[in-house]
Design a protein around this ligand. Structure first.
Ligand SMILES: *[C@@H]1O[C@H](CO)[C@@H](O)[C@H](O)[C@H]1NC(C)=O
Ligand SMILES: *[C@@H]1O[C@H](CO)[C@@H](O)[C@H](O)[C@H]1NC(C)=O
Ligand SMILES: *[C@@H]1O[C@H](CO)[C@@H](O)[C@H](O)[C@H]1NC(C)=O
Ligand SMILES: *[C@@H]1O[C@H](CO)[C@@H](O)[C@H](O)[C@H]1NC(C)=O
Ligand SMILES: *[C@@H]1O[C@H](CO)[C@@H](O)[C@H](O)[C@H]1NC(C)=O
Ligand SMILES: *[C@@H]1O[C@H](CO)[C@@H](O)[C@H](O)[C@H]1NC(C)=O
Ligand SMILES: *[C@@H]1O[C@H](CO)[C@@H](O)[C@H](O)[C@H]1NC(C)=O
Ligand SMILES: *[C@@H]1O[C@H](CO)[C@@H](O)[C@H](O)[C@H]1NC(C)=O
Ligand SMILES: *[C@@H]1O[C@H](CO)[C@@H](O)[C@H](O)[C@H]1NC(C)=O
Ligand SMILES: *[C@@H]1O[C@H](CO)[C@@H](O)[C@H](O)[C@H]1NC(C)=O
Length: 879
């Protein structure tokens, strides 16, 4: 987070200007002779509940049109339930109203924060998890094909889905809970055995009392599960436009945008356009470039261009994968990825906010502020031509969305070459060559409006796009109770009512010019900034405001008792928060009291803090809760009734400056006093007693399983019980003295390692190559190497003739592959004692194996079979 604004308006001259007091209402149906509003098309539902309905434009929840703006979060990647509210609050603070979750049975935190939940419980989830989330015991014991209607697979998953149903049913939106959708499995195609399986899952949910819509996510424009067996209520399309195999390796090299509108209009035009997963970052792999590269690949400019391209495609439900990636603890990851699942997401693995979060907030608050955007028709674009619209500037590309009821027009503009770059920093030494790479363009737009045809901008020359940038140019937009914006080339950060005042907060780059025209209401003050020029439009009552390039900061463009118009650069805008304030009076949908739009439309604007988590107003006091990472000036736009402000319970001195309350938030000095305790009294113990003479493995499992479900070749392995983390094998032989080496074939997955000992002597460690030519492996066919065959020669004198000798193998397993290779071979598939014969092999993994593990709190993935793990050395309370 960066950006400070100049409080330039504290010194601005007060101009007493009388203005037209009553706003002239925007004609409600531009171009309609009768003036009657087009009716909504008939709503659809699944016939089981009216709480969630839809038409061809958007979803309706409890009779209200919504734009579902959601982020993906895997609770198991932040396995501290107390911290989930932190992520949820950060989502809501970015303007989101939904969260997409795989497996989760406690919904209260989402409800407290005010988020709808899209539950996507699999049974297969992929998500770069071992076996794609399918329990390891299933990968071993189910002979039938997984994710089909095979009887043993069905029997294996049904109890799991039944547990999901028990958690979901009382938490559905129809019962005042947060659960909005349940997704059927994950990214699957509709072949007959798949479809029969999905139909079976759907029947189980319905029989169990799940009434909310069932959904599907299609990874490849397959148009599956829209019609036919297993068809869901609402179909969705996943998209990772920069998701090629080596995406993060070359993070500034973008693939271009896709026009998804034409796909949607042919695949499922009767449903709203849903994107259950859109690229929010990307995963990194062993030997990959690291998550900073993935964050750069999906930087704010990517969000700006690609997310708004989705808007241009008329998407009205979307979730970003990931919003918070987190950590793949213990045995969770599948072989290709390492422990961090940061994903380069908007919230860092540490839970710190990033500049991508700022961009999502700018977009999220706009969407939250703009009911007119929830219902739009796709009118045309630069390729098809847009009736009545002229684009002057061949380097630009524009798509028009129009609200048929209000006539509000949203022109989504980007460069025709969507990958066109912008050099942010001018290197003075190499200025000439850098300049030649600049791809800043400008254009003008002639558009119809309620006040006739307008050429935008009217006074400022042109509209600028700096390289990889996208903007919405909007006409006939309403804000708050009476606000009427004829047009804007600046972007909208926030629009709404605060107290009795209609507030419009616009932003735009400080190195560009911007223009907007609106009806100023009330008797008030115009900005005296030299950046701002007011012109009385020829249209009665409309004032044109031109903002010329200048220094960054917040400008109060217009301030009256009934209206406040603000302008800032994007960085300054992102320092503001609009916390959802629960309304004491509003009649709301039961259970959704904390939800924006459903429980309340009340907010304030708070500029400065690192994060505002929530706010209440009571008896003239605005109580803010949030975080600071520095001492900062505080700027608040609140109802006039607010006289006092508290920050995390402590009073803050504020003073009124025009429409603002200003103050100073001091970062607590006590933070500096935290001292890390000295680490003393270190102890150690041998964590590998298995190689010592006399170690007793009598209680271990005999490793005599010679088949797995997918491998017909002999496999001395652990398929039956052990797979997570480290697994140890002990191969016994009665030595004659002629044994010279062991020849072993060990399966541990891509990037695994194994160490081999003869008695207590180390022989060597082997591993599969973790970074094959820097190409990102996605399946065993690409991975190629998930096993090692090697000869382990016994050092001189290590074998003791005439007694039991032991070859110990420690395998560090990498998890199982994802679909369709969940039944990955793991274990010792081949063994030969050169010069002798093994008598028995024993195997030991985590205590209790796949199902009888004792630690049900931390779960099956928390431990492997190392001696220290089995003794609980890592657990609290161990002596
Ligand atoms: C613009 O309109 C306002 C309000 O009607 C008026 O006070 C002002 O003088 C006008 N300015 C110009 C330059 O005409
Ligand atoms: C369905 O998916 C499977 C597995 O990815 C693939 O082998 C098959 O070709 C796909 N079938 C169709 C019809 O897309
Ligand atoms: C599904 O059926 C609807 C209604 O018949 C049709 O409009 C749509 O094009 C179909 N979609 C696909 C992908 O077959
Ligand atoms: C939705 O359906 C209505 C009525 O059929 C139609 O006029 C409108 O263009 C459609 N809009 C979208 C976005 O599909
Ligand atoms: C689009 O822009 C990129 C990056 O500036 C450039 O490499 C590419 O050649 C351009 N494509 C076209 C078709 O001009
Ligand atoms: C909030 O505003 C929307 C219009 O955008 C309205 O439909 C809704 O009922 C309002 N909610 C409350 C709680 O007042
Ligand atoms: C507000 O945030 C605080 C801090 O996270 C939390 O303890 C509290 O429950 C929240 N209250 C509401 C109403 O969201
Ligand atoms: C494997 O060993 C166990 C325990 O000694 C024994 O019960 C089982 O019959 C053996 N299985 C095979 C296939 O040898
Ligand atoms: C080790 O075993 C493999 C598989 O049976 C075999 O191909 C290889 O030749 C053996 N190596 C030696 C040195 O015996
Ligand atoms: C191995 O040797 C021990 C004695 O050291 C003997 O008891 C045992 O039967 C032998 N096992 C085999 C399989 O030869």
């Amino acid at each position: 987070m960066s950006g400070r604004w100049s409080l330039s308006w504290a010194s601005c001259a007060i101009l007493a200007i009388s203005v037209v007091l009553s706003a002239i209402p925007v004609s409600l149906s531009v171009g309609s002779a009768t003036g009657t509003l087009p009716a909504d098309p008939p709503r659809k539902s699944n016939g089981l509940t009216d709480a969630v309905q839809w038409d061809n434009y958007s979803l309706f929840v409890h009779d209200q049109r919504v734009f579902l703006h959601s982020g993906e979060f895997h609770t198991f990647r932040l396995p501290v339930p107390d911290l989930w509210l932190d992520i949820f609050q950060k989502m809501v603070a970015a303007g989101l109203n939904g969260v997409s979750i795989y497996i989760h049975t406690h919904f209260d935190a989402a409800k407290l924060a005010g988020l709808f939940v899209v539950l996507r419980p699999g049974p297969n989830i992929n998500a770069k998890t071992t076996a794609g989330g399918i329990a390891h015991w299933i990968t071993s014991e189910v002979a039938g094909e997984l994710r089909t209607n095979a009887n043993d697979w069905t029997a294996a998953y049904e109890p799991y889905i039944s547990g999901i149903i028990d958690a979901v049913v009382p938490n559905q939106v129809s019962r005042g809970g947060p659960v909005l959708f349940v997704q059927i499995d994950n990214e699957f195609n509709e072949t007959s055995s798949h479809a029969a399986y999905c139909a079976q899952l759907e029947a189980q949910y319905r029989e169990g009392g799940v009434v909310v819509p069932l959904t599907y996510n299609d990874p490849g424009e397959w148009s599956d599960f829209i019609n036919g067996t297993g068809a869901v209520d609402i179909y969705g399309l996943d998209s990772y436009p920069q998701g090629t195999t080596s995406a993060c390796l070359d993070p500034t090299d973008w693939a271009p945008v896709t026009d998804y509108h034409s796909y949607h209009s042919s695949a499922n035009p009767a449903q709203p356009f849903y994107m259950p997963e859109f690229q929010g970052g990307f995963f990194d792999f062993w030997g990959g470039p690291g998550y900073n590269a993935c964050a750069l690949l999906t930087e704010p400019a990517f969000q700006d261009v690609f997310y708004k391209q989705n808007w241009a495609s008329n998407v009205k439900l979307i979730s970003y994968y990931m919003f918070y990636g987190g950590t793949s603890w213990g045995g969770f990851p599948y072989p290709v990825v390492y422990t961090s699942y940061d994903y380069g997401a908007a919230i860092h693995e540490t839970r710190a906010l990033t500049d991508k979060y700022d961009e999502l907030k700018r977009q999220g608050l706009f969407l939250r502020s703009s009911p007119e955007f929830r219902k739009t028709d796709w009118i045309g674009d630069t390729t098809t031509g847009i009736p009545g619209v002229t684009l002057n500037g061949s380097a630009a590309f524009v798509t028009l969305l129009k609200n048929p009821d209000t006539g509000t027009q949203f022109f989504v503009a980007r460069q025709a070459n969507s990958t066109s770059t912008y050099v942010h920093e001018v290197d003075t030494v190499a200025a000439v060559s850098l300049t030649s790479h600049r791809a800043n363009i400008s254009f003008t737009l002639t558009v119809p409006s309620s006040r006739g045809t307008l050429t935008l901008p009217q006074t400022m020359g042109s509209i600028a796009l700096n390289g990889r940038q996208s903007k919405l140019i909007i006409t006939d937009y309403t804000f708050g109770a009476r606000g009427s914006l004829l047009y804007t080339t600046a972007s909208i950060f926030f629009a709404g009512t605060i107290g009795e005042r209609d507030v419009l907060f616009l932003f735009g780059n400080a190195d560009q010019s911007h223009e907007f025209a609106l009806t100023l209401t009330g008797s008030g003050t115009r900005s005296a900034s030299s950046r701002i020029q007011f012109t009385n439009s020829t249209a009665a009552g409309v004032t044109t405001v031109a903002v010329s390039p200048g220094s960054a900061g917040l400008l109060a463009v217009w301030e009256s008792p009934s209206q406040l118009v603000l302008f800032a650069d994007p960085g300054t805008a992102a320092t503001f928060w609009a916390p959802v304030i629960r309304s004491p009076t509003a009649s709301t949908v039961l259970g959704l009291e904390n939800y924006w739009q459903f429980g309340t439309n009340r907010t304030v604007l708070v500029g400065g803090p690192y994060l505002v988590r929530n706010a209440t107003i009571s008896e003239g006091t605005l109580a803010l809760r949030g975080d600071l990472n520095a001492s900062v000036p505080l700027t608040i736009i609140a109802p006039p009734s607010v006289k006092e402000v508290t920050w995390n319970g402590e009073r803050v001195d504020v003073r009124a400056e025009g429409a603002l309350l200003t103050g100073w938030l001091a970062q607590s000095t006590s933070v500096g006093e935290v001292k890390a305790p000295a680490l003393t009294g270190w102890k150690f113990a041998d964590s590998l007693p298995e190689i010592q003479a006399g170690f007793d493995d009598a209680s271990w499992t005999v490793a005599n399983k010679t088949r797995t479900n997918i491998e017909v070749k002999p496999l001395f392995g652990n398929r039956r019980m052990f797979c997570e983390g480290h697994v140890l094998f002990r191969g016994h032989f009665n030595a004659t003295g002629s044994e010279t080496s062991a020849n072993l074939t060990i399966y541990g997955g891509f990037a695994f390692a194994a160490s081999v000992f003869i008695n207590d002597q180390f022989i060597s460690t082997v591993s599969t190559n973790a970074s094959t030519n820097n190409s990102q492996p996605t399946s065993p066919s690409i991975i190629g190497v998930d096993h090692v065959n090697a000869l382990f020669p016994f050092p001189n004198g290590s074998v003791v003739p005439g007694q039991d000798n032991v070859v110990t193998v420690i395998v560090d397993n990498m998890g199982n592959e994802e679909y369709p290779d969940e039944k990955s071979a793991r274990g010792i598939a081949g063994f030969e004692l050169v010069g002798g014969t093994f008598t028995t092999w024993k195997v030991q993994g985590k205590i209790g194996g796949y199902t009888n593990f004792p630690d049900k709190v931390r779960g099956v993935m928390n431990e492997g079979g190392l001696f220290g793990e089995s003794e609980g050395w890592h657990l609290p309370g161990f002596d």
